[in-house]
Design a protein around this ligand. Structure first.
Ligand SMILES: *Cc1c(COP(=O)(O)O)cnc(C)c1O
Length: 440
Protein backbone atom coordinates (compact mmCIF):
# COMPACT_ATOMS: atom_id res chain seq x y z
CA UNK A 1 0.00 0.00 0.00
CA UNK A 2 1.24 3.50 -0.78
CA UNK A 3 2.31 5.82 2.02
CA UNK A 4 -0.38 8.36 1.35
CA UNK A 5 -3.14 5.73 1.45
CA UNK A 6 -1.79 4.63 4.80
CA UNK A 7 -1.88 8.18 6.05
CA UNK A 8 -5.38 8.64 4.64
CA UNK A 9 -6.54 5.61 6.61
CA UNK A 10 -4.64 6.76 9.63
CA UNK A 11 -6.54 10.06 9.69
CA UNK A 12 -9.83 8.15 9.86
CA UNK A 13 -8.42 5.92 12.55
CA UNK A 14 -7.41 8.95 14.61
CA UNK A 15 -10.82 10.58 14.16
CA UNK A 16 -12.47 7.44 15.44
CA UNK A 17 -10.08 7.15 18.38
CA UNK A 18 -10.76 10.78 19.27
CA UNK A 19 -14.51 10.24 19.24
CA UNK A 20 -14.13 7.09 21.35
CA UNK A 21 -12.05 9.03 23.84
CA UNK A 22 -14.60 11.86 24.05
CA UNK A 23 -17.18 9.26 25.15
CA UNK A 24 -15.11 8.50 28.21
CA UNK A 25 -13.83 11.89 29.32
CA UNK A 26 -14.98 14.60 31.65
CA UNK A 27 -14.42 17.71 29.55
CA UNK A 28 -14.22 20.90 31.58
CA UNK A 29 -12.70 23.19 28.94
CA UNK A 30 -14.63 26.41 29.49
CA UNK A 31 -14.52 27.48 25.83
CA UNK A 32 -15.89 24.19 24.51
CA UNK A 33 -19.29 22.57 24.37
CA UNK A 34 -21.15 19.80 22.59
CA UNK A 35 -23.67 20.75 19.92
CA UNK A 36 -26.96 18.93 19.49
CA UNK A 37 -27.54 16.18 16.89
CA UNK A 38 -29.70 18.68 14.97
CA UNK A 39 -26.87 21.21 14.83
CA UNK A 40 -24.42 18.54 13.72
CA UNK A 41 -26.82 17.45 10.97
CA UNK A 42 -27.10 21.01 9.70
CA UNK A 43 -23.35 21.55 9.51
CA UNK A 44 -22.73 18.49 7.35
CA UNK A 45 -25.27 19.71 4.75
CA UNK A 46 -24.23 20.68 1.21
CA UNK A 47 -24.08 24.32 2.37
CA UNK A 48 -20.51 23.49 3.40
CA UNK A 49 -19.46 23.44 -0.27
CA UNK A 50 -21.04 26.76 -1.32
CA UNK A 51 -20.20 30.42 -1.62
CA UNK A 52 -22.49 33.36 -0.91
CA UNK A 53 -20.54 36.61 -0.58
CA UNK A 54 -22.38 39.65 0.64
CA UNK A 55 -25.82 40.14 2.18
CA UNK A 56 -28.71 37.71 1.55
CA UNK A 57 -30.77 38.92 -1.38
CA UNK A 58 -27.80 40.91 -2.70
CA UNK A 59 -25.28 38.12 -3.24
CA UNK A 60 -22.26 38.17 -5.49
CA UNK A 61 -22.88 34.46 -6.26
CA UNK A 62 -25.74 32.57 -7.90
CA UNK A 63 -27.39 29.48 -6.41
CA UNK A 64 -28.18 31.08 -3.07
CA UNK A 65 -31.98 31.06 -2.86
CA UNK A 66 -32.20 28.49 -0.03
CA UNK A 67 -29.02 29.74 1.60
CA UNK A 68 -30.47 33.26 1.73
CA UNK A 69 -33.64 32.06 3.41
CA UNK A 70 -31.67 30.19 6.06
CA UNK A 71 -29.48 33.23 6.71
CA UNK A 72 -32.53 35.48 7.14
CA UNK A 73 -34.03 32.98 9.60
CA UNK A 74 -30.71 32.88 11.47
CA UNK A 75 -30.61 36.69 11.73
CA UNK A 76 -34.24 36.87 12.91
CA UNK A 77 -33.64 34.23 15.58
CA UNK A 78 -30.45 35.98 16.71
CA UNK A 79 -32.22 39.34 17.04
CA UNK A 80 -35.00 37.71 19.02
CA UNK A 81 -32.75 35.70 21.34
CA UNK A 82 -30.34 38.54 22.06
CA UNK A 83 -33.01 41.26 22.05
CA UNK A 84 -30.89 43.11 19.47
CA UNK A 85 -31.93 45.48 16.68
CA UNK A 86 -29.29 44.16 14.29
CA UNK A 87 -27.43 40.85 13.89
CA UNK A 88 -24.69 39.93 11.44
CA UNK A 89 -24.32 36.13 11.51
CA UNK A 90 -21.47 35.95 9.02
CA UNK A 91 -18.28 36.17 11.13
CA UNK A 92 -16.54 32.80 10.92
CA UNK A 93 -15.25 33.04 14.50
CA UNK A 94 -15.17 35.21 17.59
CA UNK A 95 -11.85 36.79 16.59
CA UNK A 96 -13.23 37.71 13.18
CA UNK A 97 -16.33 39.18 14.90
CA UNK A 98 -13.96 41.30 17.02
CA UNK A 99 -12.06 42.45 13.92
CA UNK A 100 -15.37 43.45 12.33
CA UNK A 101 -16.26 45.41 15.50
CA UNK A 102 -12.87 47.17 15.58
CA UNK A 103 -13.13 48.02 11.89
CA UNK A 104 -16.68 49.39 12.20
CA UNK A 105 -15.97 51.51 15.30
CA UNK A 106 -12.34 52.63 15.04
CA UNK A 107 -9.80 53.80 12.53
CA UNK A 108 -6.50 51.93 12.60
CA UNK A 109 -4.14 53.09 15.39
CA UNK A 110 -6.92 54.59 17.53
CA UNK A 111 -6.73 53.85 21.23
CA UNK A 112 -8.95 51.42 23.14
CA UNK A 113 -9.28 50.06 26.67
CA UNK A 114 -9.51 46.33 27.44
CA UNK A 115 -8.72 43.84 30.20
CA UNK A 116 -5.13 42.59 30.30
CA UNK A 117 -4.61 38.90 29.59
CA UNK A 118 -3.51 38.23 33.18
CA UNK A 119 -6.86 39.61 34.33
CA UNK A 120 -8.87 37.53 31.89
CA UNK A 121 -8.67 39.50 28.64
CA UNK A 122 -8.40 37.64 25.33
CA UNK A 123 -5.43 37.77 22.97
CA UNK A 124 -7.69 39.36 20.34
CA UNK A 125 -8.01 42.39 22.69
CA UNK A 126 -4.29 42.73 23.27
CA UNK A 127 -1.60 45.14 22.20
CA UNK A 128 0.86 44.70 19.35
CA UNK A 129 3.89 43.90 21.51
CA UNK A 130 2.04 40.74 22.59
CA UNK A 131 1.00 39.96 19.03
CA UNK A 132 -2.61 40.65 19.99
CA UNK A 133 -5.18 41.07 17.22
CA UNK A 134 -6.21 44.61 18.22
CA UNK A 135 -2.62 45.85 18.26
CA UNK A 136 -0.74 43.67 15.80
CA UNK A 137 -3.44 43.44 13.11
CA UNK A 138 -5.35 46.71 13.50
CA UNK A 139 -2.61 48.87 14.98
CA UNK A 140 -4.75 49.92 17.94
CA UNK A 141 -3.05 51.26 21.00
CA UNK A 142 -4.40 49.24 23.91
CA UNK A 143 -4.57 50.43 27.51
CA UNK A 144 -5.77 48.16 30.30
CA UNK A 145 -8.41 48.68 32.93
CA UNK A 146 -7.37 48.67 36.56
CA UNK A 147 -8.36 45.31 38.01
CA UNK A 148 -9.47 44.73 41.59
CA UNK A 149 -8.02 41.33 42.51
CA UNK A 150 -10.19 41.09 45.64
CA UNK A 151 -13.48 41.70 43.83
CA UNK A 152 -12.11 39.80 40.81
CA UNK A 153 -13.51 42.50 38.54
CA UNK A 154 -12.70 45.80 36.86
CA UNK A 155 -12.10 48.62 39.36
CA UNK A 156 -14.55 51.24 38.06
CA UNK A 157 -13.25 54.33 39.87
CA UNK A 158 -9.57 53.62 39.27
CA UNK A 159 -10.23 52.77 35.61
CA UNK A 160 -12.21 55.96 34.99
CA UNK A 161 -9.37 57.86 36.62
CA UNK A 162 -6.95 56.18 34.24
CA UNK A 163 -9.13 57.13 31.24
CA UNK A 164 -9.29 60.76 32.40
CA UNK A 165 -5.56 60.94 32.86
CA UNK A 166 -5.01 59.53 29.37
CA UNK A 167 -7.19 62.30 27.94
CA UNK A 168 -5.37 64.86 30.10
CA UNK A 169 -2.10 63.67 28.55
CA UNK A 170 -3.57 64.16 25.08
CA UNK A 171 -4.01 60.42 24.58
CA UNK A 172 -7.52 60.12 23.24
CA UNK A 173 -9.40 56.86 23.89
CA UNK A 174 -12.01 55.89 21.29
CA UNK A 175 -13.38 52.58 22.46
CA UNK A 176 -14.08 50.76 25.72
CA UNK A 177 -14.10 46.98 25.34
CA UNK A 178 -15.54 44.71 28.01
CA UNK A 179 -15.68 40.93 28.25
CA UNK A 180 -12.98 38.31 28.57
CA UNK A 181 -11.93 34.69 28.68
CA UNK A 182 -11.66 34.34 32.43
CA UNK A 183 -15.04 35.72 33.29
CA UNK A 184 -16.52 34.97 36.70
CA UNK A 185 -18.67 38.04 37.34
CA UNK A 186 -20.58 40.48 35.11
CA UNK A 187 -18.51 43.46 34.00
CA UNK A 188 -19.45 47.00 35.01
CA UNK A 189 -20.77 48.33 31.68
CA UNK A 190 -23.39 50.88 32.70
CA UNK A 191 -20.91 52.41 35.15
CA UNK A 192 -18.84 53.57 32.14
CA UNK A 193 -21.68 54.96 29.99
CA UNK A 194 -21.46 58.45 31.43
CA UNK A 195 -17.72 58.83 30.94
CA UNK A 196 -18.08 57.31 27.47
CA UNK A 197 -20.63 60.00 26.55
CA UNK A 198 -18.52 62.74 28.08
CA UNK A 199 -15.52 61.88 25.88
CA UNK A 200 -17.37 60.50 22.84
CA UNK A 201 -16.19 56.90 23.28
CA UNK A 202 -18.07 53.83 22.04
CA UNK A 203 -18.62 50.78 24.21
CA UNK A 204 -18.20 47.22 22.92
CA UNK A 205 -18.68 43.93 24.72
CA UNK A 206 -17.06 40.63 23.75
CA UNK A 207 -19.47 37.95 24.97
CA UNK A 208 -17.54 35.00 23.46
CA UNK A 209 -17.69 33.00 26.69
CA UNK A 210 -20.96 34.22 28.12
CA UNK A 211 -23.20 34.65 25.06
CA UNK A 212 -25.34 31.66 26.09
CA UNK A 213 -25.83 33.17 29.53
CA UNK A 214 -26.73 36.52 28.00
CA UNK A 215 -29.12 34.87 25.54
CA UNK A 216 -30.96 33.34 28.51
CA UNK A 217 -30.84 36.76 30.24
CA UNK A 218 -29.07 35.33 33.27
CA UNK A 219 -25.74 37.17 33.41
CA UNK A 220 -25.94 40.75 32.22
CA UNK A 221 -27.55 42.56 29.30
CA UNK A 222 -24.79 44.60 27.66
CA UNK A 223 -26.86 46.11 24.84
CA UNK A 224 -29.21 47.61 27.42
CA UNK A 225 -26.47 48.55 29.87
CA UNK A 226 -24.79 50.89 27.43
CA UNK A 227 -22.83 48.80 24.92
CA UNK A 228 -23.43 49.79 21.31
CA UNK A 229 -22.06 46.53 19.95
CA UNK A 230 -21.62 43.00 21.20
CA UNK A 231 -19.60 40.19 19.61
CA UNK A 232 -19.63 36.49 20.38
CA UNK A 233 -18.36 33.07 19.56
CA UNK A 234 -21.27 30.70 19.08
CA UNK A 235 -19.70 27.54 20.51
CA UNK A 236 -18.78 28.26 24.13
CA UNK A 237 -21.81 28.64 26.40
CA UNK A 238 -23.83 28.93 23.17
CA UNK A 239 -23.84 25.28 22.10
CA UNK A 240 -23.49 25.93 18.38
CA UNK A 241 -21.06 25.42 15.52
CA UNK A 242 -17.65 27.12 15.62
CA UNK A 243 -18.66 30.52 14.31
CA UNK A 244 -19.14 34.14 15.38
CA UNK A 245 -21.77 36.85 15.49
CA UNK A 246 -21.99 40.64 15.84
CA UNK A 247 -25.05 42.25 17.46
CA UNK A 248 -25.77 45.96 17.69
CA UNK A 249 -28.16 48.83 17.55
CA UNK A 250 -29.63 49.48 14.09
CA UNK A 251 -27.65 52.70 13.58
CA UNK A 252 -24.37 50.74 13.36
CA UNK A 253 -25.70 48.13 10.92
CA UNK A 254 -24.18 49.64 7.76
CA UNK A 255 -20.73 50.08 9.24
CA UNK A 256 -20.74 46.49 10.54
CA UNK A 257 -22.02 45.04 7.26
CA UNK A 258 -19.29 46.80 5.27
CA UNK A 259 -16.61 45.72 7.73
CA UNK A 260 -17.82 42.10 7.40
CA UNK A 261 -18.03 42.16 3.61
CA UNK A 262 -16.03 43.18 1.67
CA UNK A 263 -13.78 43.89 4.66
CA UNK A 264 -13.13 40.71 6.61
CA UNK A 265 -14.97 37.91 4.81
CA UNK A 266 -15.39 36.34 1.45
CA UNK A 267 -16.91 32.93 2.19
CA UNK A 268 -18.67 32.93 5.53
CA UNK A 269 -19.10 29.17 6.11
CA UNK A 270 -22.76 28.75 5.21
CA UNK A 271 -23.13 25.34 6.85
CA UNK A 272 -22.28 26.99 10.14
CA UNK A 273 -24.87 29.70 9.53
CA UNK A 274 -27.43 26.87 9.16
CA UNK A 275 -26.06 25.21 12.30
CA UNK A 276 -26.28 28.50 14.14
CA UNK A 277 -29.92 28.96 13.10
CA UNK A 278 -30.74 25.55 14.59
CA UNK A 279 -28.75 26.39 17.74
CA UNK A 280 -30.65 29.65 18.20
CA UNK A 281 -34.02 27.89 17.80
CA UNK A 282 -33.02 25.29 20.39
CA UNK A 283 -31.76 27.99 22.74
CA UNK A 284 -35.08 29.85 22.51
CA UNK A 285 -36.84 26.59 23.42
CA UNK A 286 -34.46 25.03 25.96
CA UNK A 287 -32.00 27.80 26.85
CA UNK A 288 -33.61 28.79 30.11
CA UNK A 289 -33.42 25.26 31.60
CA UNK A 290 -29.90 24.63 30.22
CA UNK A 291 -28.39 27.90 31.45
CA UNK A 292 -30.16 27.66 34.83
CA UNK A 293 -28.48 24.29 35.36
CA UNK A 294 -25.07 25.68 34.32
CA UNK A 295 -25.48 28.41 36.91
CA UNK A 296 -26.13 25.79 39.59
CA UNK A 297 -23.37 23.44 38.45
CA UNK A 298 -20.49 25.92 38.32
CA UNK A 299 -20.74 27.08 41.97
CA UNK A 300 -21.51 23.47 43.00
CA UNK A 301 -18.20 22.36 41.45
CA UNK A 302 -16.47 25.26 43.22
CA UNK A 303 -17.99 24.27 46.55
CA UNK A 304 -17.19 20.57 46.10
CA UNK A 305 -13.53 21.36 45.36
CA UNK A 306 -13.35 23.88 48.21
CA UNK A 307 -14.65 21.26 50.63
CA UNK A 308 -11.86 18.94 49.50
CA UNK A 309 -9.15 21.45 50.26
CA UNK A 310 -8.71 23.14 46.88
CA UNK A 311 -8.15 26.91 46.71
CA UNK A 312 -11.04 28.03 44.50
CA UNK A 313 -10.93 31.75 43.68
CA UNK A 314 -13.69 34.08 44.93
CA UNK A 315 -15.09 31.75 47.57
CA UNK A 316 -16.49 34.74 49.49
CA UNK A 317 -18.53 35.70 46.43
CA UNK A 318 -19.94 32.24 45.81
CA UNK A 319 -17.07 31.34 43.38
CA UNK A 320 -18.78 32.48 40.18
CA UNK A 321 -21.85 33.80 38.41
CA UNK A 322 -20.90 32.24 35.08
CA UNK A 323 -20.12 28.77 33.71
CA UNK A 324 -16.51 28.95 34.91
CA UNK A 325 -14.51 28.68 38.06
CA UNK A 326 -10.86 29.51 38.58
CA UNK A 327 -8.66 27.47 40.89
CA UNK A 328 -5.26 28.34 42.35
CA UNK A 329 -3.30 25.07 42.24
CA UNK A 330 0.07 26.50 43.28
CA UNK A 331 -0.23 24.98 46.75
CA UNK A 332 -1.31 21.51 45.58
CA UNK A 333 1.24 18.66 45.45
CA UNK A 334 1.59 19.23 41.67
CA UNK A 335 2.34 22.95 42.20
CA UNK A 336 1.35 24.37 38.81
CA UNK A 337 -1.47 24.42 36.29
CA UNK A 338 0.53 22.70 33.59
CA UNK A 339 1.25 19.58 35.66
CA UNK A 340 -2.32 19.47 36.90
CA UNK A 341 -3.52 19.66 33.30
CA UNK A 342 -1.18 16.83 32.24
CA UNK A 343 -2.04 14.47 35.09
CA UNK A 344 -5.77 15.03 34.80
CA UNK A 345 -5.65 14.36 31.07
CA UNK A 346 -4.11 10.95 31.78
CA UNK A 347 -7.12 10.34 34.04
CA UNK A 348 -9.59 11.25 31.24
CA UNK A 349 -10.33 14.68 32.74
CA UNK A 350 -9.69 17.52 30.29
CA UNK A 351 -9.11 20.98 31.72
CA UNK A 352 -6.86 23.92 30.89
CA UNK A 353 -4.16 25.74 32.78
CA UNK A 354 -4.59 29.44 33.31
CA UNK A 355 -2.59 32.45 34.44
CA UNK A 356 -3.74 33.97 37.71
CA UNK A 357 -3.70 37.77 38.12
CA UNK A 358 -0.73 37.64 40.50
CA UNK A 359 1.29 34.98 38.62
CA UNK A 360 3.59 37.42 36.79
CA UNK A 361 4.62 39.03 40.08
CA UNK A 362 5.52 35.57 41.33
CA UNK A 363 7.69 34.84 38.32
CA UNK A 364 5.26 32.44 36.71
CA UNK A 365 4.32 32.34 33.04
CA UNK A 366 1.93 30.48 30.77
CA UNK A 367 4.09 27.36 30.76
CA UNK A 368 3.74 26.92 34.53
CA UNK A 369 0.89 29.16 35.65
CA UNK A 370 -0.61 28.98 39.12
CA UNK A 371 -4.15 28.29 38.04
CA UNK A 372 -6.60 26.15 36.17
CA UNK A 373 -9.90 27.24 34.64
CA UNK A 374 -12.88 24.87 34.70
CA UNK A 375 -16.13 25.21 32.79
CA UNK A 376 -19.27 23.12 33.17
CA UNK A 377 -21.10 23.76 29.87
CA UNK A 378 -20.42 20.46 28.13
CA UNK A 379 -21.04 18.23 31.13
CA UNK A 380 -24.24 20.13 31.88
CA UNK A 381 -25.50 19.43 28.37
CA UNK A 382 -24.94 15.73 28.98
CA UNK A 383 -27.44 15.93 31.84
CA UNK A 384 -25.11 16.35 34.81
CA UNK A 385 -26.36 18.18 37.88
CA UNK A 386 -24.98 19.21 41.28
CA UNK A 387 -24.35 15.67 42.57
CA UNK A 388 -22.28 14.89 39.46
CA UNK A 389 -20.21 18.02 40.14
CA UNK A 390 -19.39 16.50 43.51
CA UNK A 391 -18.32 13.27 41.81
CA UNK A 392 -16.09 15.22 39.39
CA UNK A 393 -14.44 17.08 42.28
CA UNK A 394 -13.72 13.72 43.91
CA UNK A 395 -12.07 12.33 40.74
CA UNK A 396 -9.90 15.45 40.49
CA UNK A 397 -8.97 15.22 44.16
CA UNK A 398 -7.87 11.59 43.81
CA UNK A 399 -5.45 12.55 41.02
CA UNK A 400 -4.11 15.89 42.22
CA UNK A 401 -4.36 15.82 46.01
CA UNK A 402 -4.04 12.11 46.78
CA UNK A 403 -1.72 11.08 43.95
CA UNK A 404 -3.78 7.99 43.13
CA UNK A 405 -2.90 6.02 40.00
CA UNK A 406 -4.13 7.91 36.95
CA UNK A 407 -4.95 4.61 35.21
CA UNK A 408 -7.31 3.66 38.03
CA UNK A 409 -9.05 7.05 38.01
CA UNK A 410 -9.22 7.01 34.18
CA UNK A 411 -11.09 3.71 34.32
CA UNK A 412 -13.46 5.02 36.98
CA UNK A 413 -14.10 8.21 34.97
CA UNK A 414 -14.90 6.16 31.86
CA UNK A 415 -17.30 4.07 33.90
CA UNK A 416 -18.96 7.16 35.41
CA UNK A 417 -19.41 8.70 31.94
CA UNK A 418 -21.39 5.69 30.64
CA UNK A 419 -24.60 7.18 32.02
CA UNK A 420 -24.17 10.53 30.22
CA UNK A 421 -24.15 9.86 26.51
CA UNK A 422 -26.93 12.03 25.11
CA UNK A 423 -27.24 15.78 24.65
CA UNK A 424 -30.07 17.25 26.72
CA UNK A 425 -31.81 20.61 26.16
CA UNK A 426 -32.37 19.79 22.46
CA UNK A 427 -35.22 18.62 20.21
CA UNK A 428 -33.53 15.25 19.65
CA UNK A 429 -32.19 13.71 22.85
CA UNK A 430 -31.80 10.11 21.59
CA UNK A 431 -28.87 10.29 19.19
CA UNK A 432 -25.54 9.60 20.90
CA UNK A 433 -23.59 12.74 21.75
CA UNK A 434 -20.24 11.65 20.33
CA UNK A 435 -21.34 9.34 17.53
CA UNK A 436 -18.69 8.97 14.84
CA UNK A 437 -20.18 10.09 11.53
CA UNK A 438 -18.92 8.57 8.29
CA UNK A 439 -20.41 8.71 4.83
CA UNK A 440 -18.37 5.73 3.65
C1 LIG B 1 -12.64 32.48 22.73
C2 LIG B 1 -12.62 33.95 22.72
C3 LIG B 1 -12.53 34.65 21.51
C4 LIG B 1 -12.19 33.95 20.22
O1 LIG B 1 -13.18 33.24 19.70
P1 LIG B 1 -12.95 32.27 18.45
O2 LIG B 1 -14.34 31.92 18.10
O3 LIG B 1 -12.12 31.15 18.96
O4 LIG B 1 -12.24 33.04 17.40
C5 LIG B 1 -12.67 36.02 21.52
N1 LIG B 1 -12.85 36.68 22.66
C6 LIG B 1 -12.92 36.05 23.85
C7 LIG B 1 -13.15 36.84 25.09
C8 LIG B 1 -12.79 34.66 23.91
O5 LIG B 1 -12.81 34.04 25.08
Amino acid sequence: MSDHKELYDKVFGLLEQHDDWMHKTINLIASENISSPAVRSAIVSDFRERYAEGWPGERVYAGCKYIDEVEFICMDLAKKLFRAEFADVRPVSGVVANLIMYTAFMKPTERMMALSIAHGGHISHARGTLGGTAGAVRGHKVQNYVFDEEAFNIDVDASIKRIRSLFNDGKEVKFLLFGGSVFLFPHPVKEFREVADEYGMHIGYDSAHVSGLIAANKFQDPLREGAEVMTASTHKTMPGPQHGIVLSKEEYADAIKRAAFPGLLSNHHLHNVAGLAVTLAEMIEFGDAYISQILKNAPALGQALHERGWHVIAEDKGFTRSHQILVDVSETPLKDGCRVEEELEKANIIINRNLLPWDKKRGRDYLAPGGIRLGVSEMTRLGMKESEMDAIAEFMTRVVMKGESVEKVAADVADFRKDYQQVHYAYDTETPAYKHLRFL
